[in-house]
Write a protein that binds this ligand. Structure first.
Ligand SMILES: C[S@@+](CC[C@H](N)C(=O)[O-])C[C@H]1O[C@@H](n2cnc3c(N)ncnc32)[C@H](O)[C@@H]1O
Length: 198
């Protein structure tokens, strides 16, 4: 009887320690998330015509999962979910924009298909993605590249508006119009073919 009680309390202690550990990890990440220090690109939303071309380039299939890294107001995710019946995950470091994104997703009735994470995309497991969209900056793509190489599984497509990923080879490029009618490039990559071996 005493052995059974002892065993029971050991199990409860292990469970409590596990729960506390999980809570502390999450709390710790939130606590040192610096919206300014960890911000790798300014907020400029992709123009509508660029979103159309990016999503065409990605060749999304229904049921696939799209990650938009630095999702802003979630415009890419919403367009993709409506047109291509995909699921979406948006990661946004600005708490203001993450709230706007979540509200936009809810307004469209898409909250079951699109998840918005307020956080740093450098701390997120990207392995569930079939497609990743980027509209960041050259230096941000440099910082992100090791994570893309670490997490993305074969056949994942990465579509970057305006900024190439240095050291990768695109499988296609296309031109699109920017906010002011000027020409911008869309880079399409595919893992692992685009990753240049050293
Ligand atoms: C140029 S905007 C692109 C917004 C959206 N993807 C679009 O195309 O409309 C870049 C976004 O990345 C966000 N961002 C920058 N660094 C980030 C980071 N480390 N983690 C998550 N979001 C980040 C910025 O706050 C900004 O909203």
């Amino acid at each position: 009887m005493r052995v059974r009680v002892l065993r029971g309390s050991i199990v409860v202690s292990i469970l409590l320690a596990g729960l506390l550990g999980t809570a502390l990890t999450a709390w710790g990440q939130e606590a040192d998330l610096d919206e300014f220090k960890n911000n790798l690109a300014p907020n400029v939303g992709s123009p509508e015509q660029a979103i159309d071309r990016m999503l065409e380039a990605a060749k999304l299939k229904p049921g696939e999962t799209l990650y938009d890294l630095g999702c802003g107001d979630a415009r890419i995710l919403i367009a993709a979910a409506k047109r291509y019946k995909v699921k979406g995950v948006g990661i946004e470091i600005s708490s203001r924009l993450a709230k706007v994104a979540a509200a936009n997703v809810a307004d469209e009735g898409l909250d079951k298909r699109i998840k918005i994470i307020h956080g740093d995309f450098m701390r997120v497991d990207l392995s569930p993605a079939n497609v990743v969209t980027l509209y960041l900056a050259t230096s941000a793509n440099d910082t992100l590249r090791p994570n893309l190489e670490h997490y993305l599984k074969p056949n994942t497509r990465v579509v970057s508006y305006d900024y190439p990923i240095a050291g990768w080879t695109p499988i296609a490029t296309s031109a699109t119009e920017g906010h002011y009618g000027d020409t911008h490039t869309i880079y399409l990559y595919e893992v692992p073919n685009s990753i240049n071996k050293k």
